[in-house]
Every structure is written in structure tokens, then in C-alpha cells.
Design a protein around this ligand. Sequence first.
Ligand code: 13P
Ligand code: SF4
Length: 381
Amino acid sequence: MLIPMLTAYEKEHVSERQPLPERYLGLSDAEMDQRLAAAKARLGRRAVILGHHYQRDEVIKFADYTGDSFKLARQVAAHPDAEFIVFCGVHFMAESADVLSADHQQVILPDLAAGCSMADMADPDQLELCWNDLEMMLGQSAGIVPVTYINSAASIKAFVGERGGVVCTSSNAAATLRWAWARGDRVLFLPDQHLGRNTAYKLGVPLERMVVWDPNEICGGLDADAPDAIANARIILWKGHCSVHTRFTVRQIDAMRARHPGIRVVVHPEVPWEVVQAADDSGSTEYILTVVTSSPAGSVWAVGTEIHLVERLARQVAPERTVYSLDQFGCLCSTMFRVSPNHLLWTLEGLVDGEVHNRIVVPADRKYWTKVALDRMLSIQ
Ligand code: 13P
Ligand code: SF4
């Protein structure tokens, strides 16, 4: 596969993979495919392989189910009989799967280095400080409902669950904000400021009634404006972002429209607000796939999300429809990319031989409230 030009961040991080035993390196594509198919067949119904839409072709072709974060979380709950859930995705997804799975099930992440830089932008200590500061600024009856994007650590989800809050995904973010505002005056949304802003704006909240909380500043960097700005806010946005999706710009959309008159633009809601405003539509990865595949023949699309999804979609809908990447260099999620077929083979053959590699376990003291927050998520669509 052609790897498009990498950003400095990607170049720095793309090679930080979990090392594998020598015998799993340098295999030919044919041997890889044959051994992966054989291991999967031998495991049969004992293992369910889940693949996020950003995974590469060599991996996703072995997934039993593909989907966005919400759909894959539901697949965990739908397979209580599988002994192993092999999650081809990133760390927060595997953690959520562990919490949602039954005690006898084990969740495996093929490469332990497959994290998410956005999830790393919210630390439980920072959140606790933020919560205390907000109570100090607004009073104990601040009426804040915490909502965390599923792209966060289990410790963050547990904190939120314990305080009457909920986890959301990009596919149920709007319904989740409605749920939260039915329970309090304002929402603390973390860690992605863009998903929070885009979703709240879509629901009619003006930008003036949103504030950004910078976890690296004293009192979120808001003491100069506060208390008025915070008291007036319907949503407090944690200053986090996705380094992949913030690469999309309005200029790219203008250039696409100039080059392909009539083109439609669909983006993931992790892109900045002005990019969503300039696009025709936005939604989760599953939504993007649905909207493009069900569009009339002859449609031409520019898609603003991770490059593996875009390239696969382009091949799937051609020649009836045409799909371009909104970023001509393609945006690669370097951590999703770490899950290689070699890592998948090592974990699957390990299971065949009775060895469990890379099990993801959320500590028991964090599980209860994390599950409460995730169960609330699954109940909101
Ligand atoms: P989806 O839930 O839309 O698949 O998004 C997950 C993600 O990490 C997007 O960057
Ligand atoms: Fe995280 Fe962004 Fe990669 Fe999604 S695309 S997993 S938010 S770094």
C-alpha cells in the first residue's frame, strides 16, 4: 500500500511498534494471509476479531465485524460466547471492550503501542482538578454533567460515570448532549473540543455559550473571563484534539470545489468547526460510509477522515461513484497503523497454542463506574 507523505509527528511515532519475535518478521504476503486464515479457522467461534474502519486492508480482511466505535462496542456485548475478543483498533477501544465483556472473556490488542494521542490529552488528575475548580467557580450546585468521548482512558470514563455522566461516540454525540442537558444546566465535554463544539452548535448552541478549558492552565485559563463566561456556558470544552483530523482545512474544501464543481464534502466531526461549516455533511466513520455508498450513481465525494477508510471506500464504490481524500496527502492515523498483520498473526497463533499475548485488563477498582458510563452510552442512540 502506498503510504502518503507523513507529518513530523507521524514520522516520529509510526515506527514505535511493539517489537515482535524475529520469526514474525519478513513474512511474504502470501504466507501471512495463509497463516492468518489458518489460525482464524482453528480458533473458530472461540475468537471474535473486531476491526475499526481505520485499520489497513491486510488486517481488516480478517475481521469478523467492522465498524465505528459505537458499532464495535455493541458487537462486544453481542458476543458473550467468544472466549477472546481480538480488537484491531486502539487502546481505548480495547479497554472499553474489556469493561463491556463478561468475566470469562479476554480482550486482546495486537499491538500494545496502538494508543490515541487525543485520549492521552486528558489525564485523571487534570480532570479532578478541573472538576474541583469548576465547583469552586460555580458553586456546589453547578449543575454540570460530565460527558467523555469514548476516545479517553478508562479512568476518565470511571470519573465521569461516578458523577452522573456518560460516555459518547461520534455517532451518538448529539443524543448524548440532549441526555446530559436534560439532567443539568451545562456539560463538561472531554477530551475533544471539536466534537463537542460541532455537536453543540448543530443542536443550536451559539459559540458565545461555549468556553474552552485548558487543562494546562490555572483554572483552565478562564479566570480572566470567569465567572460570567462559565456561568453563561452551556458547554465547557476540554482543550484536546485529534492530530489527524485537525489537518483538514477550509482551503482544502475550497480547492476541491474549484477542481470538481458539484462535489460533495463529508467530514468526521473531529475536524475544526469552520471545516464542518464549509462541508456539506459530517458524521462518524460508519455514517460517512453509509452516506457515500447510498448516494446516487455519478456522485463525487471528498472525504475528510483517515486515509485507509477513504481509499477502501473509493475502491468499493468505483466506478459508479468517485471518492477523493479531502487532504491530497492523505491523513494517516499512525497509531491505528501500528496494528500490522504480523502483530495480528502473533496474537492469533499464540491463542491457538494456548498463549494469551497483549491482554487488556481494566483494573477492578475502575471497572464498576466505567461500565456504568459505557452502559449509559449504549442506551443512547
Ligand atoms: P468513529 O467512532 O467515528 O469510528 O471514530 C473513532 C475515531 O477515533 C475517529 O478518529
Ligand atoms: Fe485517536 Fe485521531 Fe487516531 Fe482517532 S484518528 S484514533 S482520535 S489519533
